[in-house]
Design a protein around this ligand. Structure first.
Ligand SMILES: Nc1nc2c(ncn2[C@@H]2O[C@H](COP(=O)(O)OP(=O)(O)OP(=O)(O)O)[C@@H](O)[C@H]2O)c(=O)[nH]1
Ligand SMILES: [Mg+2]
Length: 508
């Protein structure tokens, strides 16, 4: 957008005036609040054809504000420089192409609260705040905090380090002094447009004329960009109003947060950062828990494969036992029979005997070489990790071995009963069946035990129960607090849009 004089003349359009009145009407005039007056003071300069640029000179008591203003305006202040300033006084910057008003304000640390009120109220009229600081007290907390508040509120800020004639180069090179000052403000999170070093008394370090030039330059800024500061100040005031309207909610949410968290954030962004911190902490815990659970999985997998190896290597059919197995198969082959009278009965009896002999030896070896070693390995493992068990006594009931004649007989594949050779395969099949049974039962015990271990470890999700409860409360309080403030912000924007929808007035 261009900055031709015609644009300037019509900046405060009838449309803008109309919308402004719509905004003012929205404010309940009966509400006890000086916000309306302040709103009017923001807009007043803009209702003239050539809105003056207003710069408020603020600072601590006796920083030299009045003296500086007098120097910039060739002694225009009515009160002169010497007495303590008690009211806001406005003077014009001489020889400026567009009007520039400089406001002299009472010191912000004034003991008189009326003085301080006057200064705070004047800030809403100012397009730019110039913070005047005595050379010797630049890094005072008040300065840093004030400057940061301006930054937070989006107020345009000039820093003025005044009375630099008090600087002696033999004490400290001036460049070093400057670096130190500028770093302090940056580190404190202050953003300012410019910094000037000035004095009314003669000094080689004084940038008084540069400051004067800069103020003249500011007057040439396009109105569109200056208007952003107006919107910003109106927004601050509207926010104050909307907050007043939601005072109860804000107080309640703040108290809750105070109780739960101990501190209250300055704004939603800070609250979000805290929330993020808490969430990071929780995900860190979650990650640690996941790792612990993964370690348990690995531990069980390792143990299981160890036990499985014991199962696989167990010798349960030494030669003579295998022989008994083969003899049993032999007795099942077609053409096998015993005796002459009652042949069938005797044959059946012989088969039963052979099965019985095979199975009893099988049981004997399997118990000694398979069952007991496996049971003992499992028991040792469970006892080593008794912290995961509810009872000190390890439950191993599920870990049994059942080898019966029926089960062994069931392994016979009748289709294969054509030659005695099948006996070898049959014995291997029986051994496999026993190993499978043992493995499955170990697996069942392990599964059960792992489930319990996981339950115990999962319950340890948060370092301790109390902390978990605290965090839940903190989350809730923070979220409610943010919710209230977000609703306020939404309302503030609704009000602002009554007046100037952002995209219509402010061009990038
Ligand atoms: N050495 C030196 N003294 C200065 C300078 N500027 C102001 N002073 C002195 O500092 C004292 C305070 O100056 P003022 O201009 O009254 O300061 P102020 O900030 O307006 O003070 P309040 O209105 O009371 O807040 C006076 O004695 C001034 O003479 C300067 O550049 N150098
Ligand atoms: Mg003064």
């Amino acid at each position: 957008m261009s900055t031709s004089p015609s644009v300037k003349e019509t900046f405060w359009s009838p449309e803008l005036e109309h919308r402004w009145n719509a905004l003012l009407n929205k404010i309940d005039p009966s509400a006890k609040s000086d916000v309306t007056d302040r709103l009017r003071s923001v807009i007043e300069p803009w209702q003239s054809a050539d809105p003056p640029l207003v710069i408020a000179f603020c600072g601590l008591f006796s920083a030299g504000k009045s003296s500086l203003l007098n120097a910039l305006t060739d002694g225009a202040l009515a009160t002169g420089a010497v007495p303590t300033t008690a009211t806001v006084e406005t003077v014009s910057l001489p020889d400026s192409e567009h009007p520039v008003l400089l406001m002299d304000t009472p010191g912000i640390d004034s003991t008189d609260s009326a003085h301080e009120e006057a200064t705070l109220a004047s800030l809403y009229r100012a397009d730019v705040v110039a913070l005047v600081m005595d050379y010797q007290h630049v890094e005072a907390d008040e300065h840093l905090e004030w400057a940061r508040r301006c930054t937070e509120e989006g107020q345009r800020l000039l820093l003025i380090v005044h009375q630099v004639d008090k600087h002696f180069d033999w004490e400290l090179p001036f460049a070093e002094y400057r670096d130190r000052v500028e770093n302090s403000f940056r580190e404190f999170g202050v953003s300012y447009e410019r910094i000037f070093y000035t004095s009314v008394d003669p000094s080689v370090h004084s940038e008084l004329s540069a400051l004067s030039d800069y103020l003249h330059e500011l007057a040439l800024e396009p109105l569109e960009s200056r208007f952003q500061s107006v919107r910003n100040r109106v927004r601050l005031l509207i926010r104050e109003l909307v907050r007043q309207r939601h005072e109860e909610e804000v107080t309640e949410a703040t108290e809750q947060l105070q109780t739960a968290f101990g501190v209250v954030p300055n704004d939603v962004n800070e609250a979000l950062a805290w929330l993020q911190e808490r969430q990071d902490q929780q995900s860190e815990w979650a990650a640690k828990r996941a790792e612990r659970l993964r370690n348990i999985e690995e531990l069980f997998a390792q143990q299981f494969s160890d036990v499985k190896r014991v199962v696989e290597l167990a010798q349960i059919t030494p030669y003579e036992t295998a022989e008994l197995g083969r003899r049993y198969i032999e007795s099942l082959l077609p053409g096998f029979h015993v005796g002459w009278f009652g042949k069938a009965e005797k044959t059946a009896q012989e088969r039963q005997t052979r099965l019985h002999e095979f199975v009893s030896q099988l049981i004997e070896h399997a118990e000694k070489n398979l069952f007991w070693p496996v049971r003992s390995a499992v028991r040792v493992f469970l006892q080593e990790h008794a912290e995961w068990l509810e009872f000190a006594d390890v439950e191993l009931d599920g870990l049994e071995m059942t080898i019966s004649e029926e089960m062994v007989a069931a392994e016979v594949k009748s289709g294969a009963l054509v030659s005695a050779e099948y006996g070898y395969q049959f014995v291997r099949d029986v051994v496999s069946a026993i190993r499978r049974q043992m493995t499955a039962r170990v697996q069942a015990v392990f599964d059960d035990f792992r489930r319990r271990a996981m339950d115990v470890e999962s319950a340890k999700a948060v370092p301790d129960e109390d902390e978990s409860v605290t965090i839940q409360a903190e989350f809730k309080a923070l979220e409610e607090w943010m919710d209230v403030h977000r609703r306020i912000e939404t309302e503030v924007e609704d009000w602002m849009n009554l007046w100037t929808p952002e995209e219509e007035v402010v061009s990038p």
